[in-house]
Design a binder for this molecule. Structure first.
Ligand SMILES: NC(=O)C1=CN([C@@H]2O[C@H](COP(=O)(O)OP(=O)(O)OC[C@H]3O[C@@H](n4cnc5c(N)ncnc54)[C@H](OP(=O)(O)O)[C@@H]3O)[C@@H](O)[C@H]2O)C=CC1
Ligand SMILES: N[C@@H](CCC(=O)OP(=O)(O)O)C(=O)O
Length: 421
């Protein structure tokens, strides 16, 4: 790349802004044609995708990526099938753009309502998981937004191969190539540029952990919808059904270790700990989960439970490690979650309606659940059809973000020569 990263990003930004105007007026049929054609292009490019991905995997191994990271990076036939299916599914979702609602006559005689519109240009910074490139591109396209995608550096070759398929889809539907642009450099200066060009970018969606949070908080000049870390809790109340508690706490930790909605800390009421923790600990031990506990947990469960440090309570392991704390009351559980959590997803297991209601009201997280695993915090599971990710912000969109989260509403007013008096 001979031009500077800043010039390169400016060029992408300008082109995205122009493309966003075309996309905003594109028909549903045209957007769906692009999605279907991109799906066909992916299907035809399986060998190319796999060999690009092999380069990334080789680089990842050489750089010492752990097994979980390599797993997220891998484009297996199943992952490629999932991307193709994902594109086709987004094509079948209702198009939210142009929907008009709440039209009402005002006393003046004008008619006022709201119309759903795209946000414009969406910049997305995300982890080294190439299938996210398709999720992000497809949702932005369907919601009429141009997008600039900056995936994790370890996935650069896979992402470029995927980008070529998306380009084929856009061309087939007669949509501009700049509707979806995948950043071609791994230089983090590109992230710096992307988050500081409000003239070209309307909103940034950062999906990532602590390093990304710091950078965005420090440098962003564009509105942000944070999709950040998940320090998720399950609290087993004194009034919990033991079987349900074991099922939920097992699934929340072990169904998959790496996602942001996986439980990192288990809180247990002292009045039920001796009934629920021993069977849970056997399951965790069998599944290779390292346990770190408070002093009471260590005393109850014995030798192999390591002492949990203060740092553990605010750590997102993304790994087979779990911290466990026995608490005296529901109040103590709520206080712990609001203090150490990341406002992502937290669950209570209880048969007590009042405790459930208090938990729902007082825990300040994007998803609060009763008697269900935190792993359900997901756009598909919530019926959104797909998701960009899980917003840990409070404004604009909170929790799993689908098509609607990528749109906004403007007022529309109809008159017939009306003037204000
Ligand atoms: N809420 C949600 O929807 C989701 C949240 N996550 C969270 O993401 C984290 C795991 O992903 P992980 O790959 O470790 O995340 P990282 O934060 O390490 O990386 C994510 C992206 O941010 C970039 N990045 C990181 N730090 C900086 C920086 N200082 N300046 C510029 N760019 C930066 C990375 O680029 P580079 O490749 O150069 O490192 C990458 O593109 C977990 O905390 C998980 O909970 C993950 C998915 C969804
Ligand atoms: N909603 C998604 C989790 C989103 C997420 O955390 O993604 P990732 O960390 O990249 O696996 C799911 O439940 O699988």
């Amino acid at each position: 790349m001979t031009e500077s990263v800043l010039d390169y990003m400016n060029r992408l930004g300008r082109a995205a802004r122009e493309a966003s105007r075309v996309l905003a007026r594109a028909s549903t049929a045209q957007k769906n044609r692009a999605l279907q054609a991109a799906a066909a292009a992916l299907d035809a490019a399986r060998d190319e995708l796999v060999s690009a991905n092999e380069r990334d995997l080789a680089g990842g191994r050489a750089n010492g990526l752990d097994a979980a990271m390599l797993d997220r990076l891998a484009l297996t036939p199943k992952v490629i099938d999932g991307m193709i299916e994902g594109l086709r599914q987004v094509a079948t979702l209702p198009d939210p753009i142009g929907e008009i609602r709440d039209m009402r006559y005002m006393p003046s005689g004008i008619q006022v309502g709201k119309m759903r519109v795209p946000l414009g240009v969406v910049g997305i910074i995300y982890e080294s998981r190439p299938n996210v490139t398709i999720d992000a591109a497809s949702l932005c396209l369907k919601s009429g937004n141009a997008t600039i995608l900056r995936g994790g550096s370890e996935a650069i070759h896979s992402n470029q191969a995927i980008a070529r398929c998306i380009q084929l889809g856009l061309a087939e539907a007669g949509l501009p190539a700049a509707a979806v642009q995948v950043v071609e450099t791994t230089d983090r200066a590109a992230v710096g540029a992307l988050i500081s060009m409000p003239e070209y970018v309307d909103v940034i969606v950062p999906r990532g952990g602590k390093g990304l949070i710091e950078r965005i908080s420090r440098d962003a000049r564009v509105p942000v919808i944070k999709h950040l870390d998940g320090i998720c809790h399950v609290y087993i109340d004194v009034a919990a059904d033991v079987d349900k508690a074991v099922r939920v706490a097992d699934n929340a930790k072990t169904q998959r270790f790496a996602p942001c909605n996986t439980m990192e800390t288990l809180l247990v009421h002292q009045g039920i700990a001796d009934r629920v923790l021993p069977p849970l600990a056997s399951i965790y031990r069998e599944k290779g989960v390292e346990l770190r506990g408070c002093a009471r947990t260590q005393a109850l469960l014995g030798g192999d439970v390591l002492e949990a440090s203060e740092e553990d309570w605010s750590t997102e392991y993304n790994a087979p490690i779990l911290s466990i704390r026995i608490v005296d009351s529901l109040d103590a559980a709520i206080e712990h979650i609001n203090r150490y959590g990341s406002q992502h997803t937290d669950a209570i297991v209880t048969e007590n309606f009042t405790d459930a209601r208090r938990f729902l009201t007082e825990v300040d997280s994007a998803s609060v659940m009763v008697n269900a695993s935190t792993r359900f915090a997901d756009g598909f599971e919530y019926g959104l059809g797909a998701e960009i990710g899980i917003s840990t912000d409070k404004l604009h969109a909170r929790g799993p973000v689908g098509l609607e989260g990528l749109t906004s509403e403007k007022y529309v007013v109809f008159g017939d020569g009306h003037v204000r008096t």
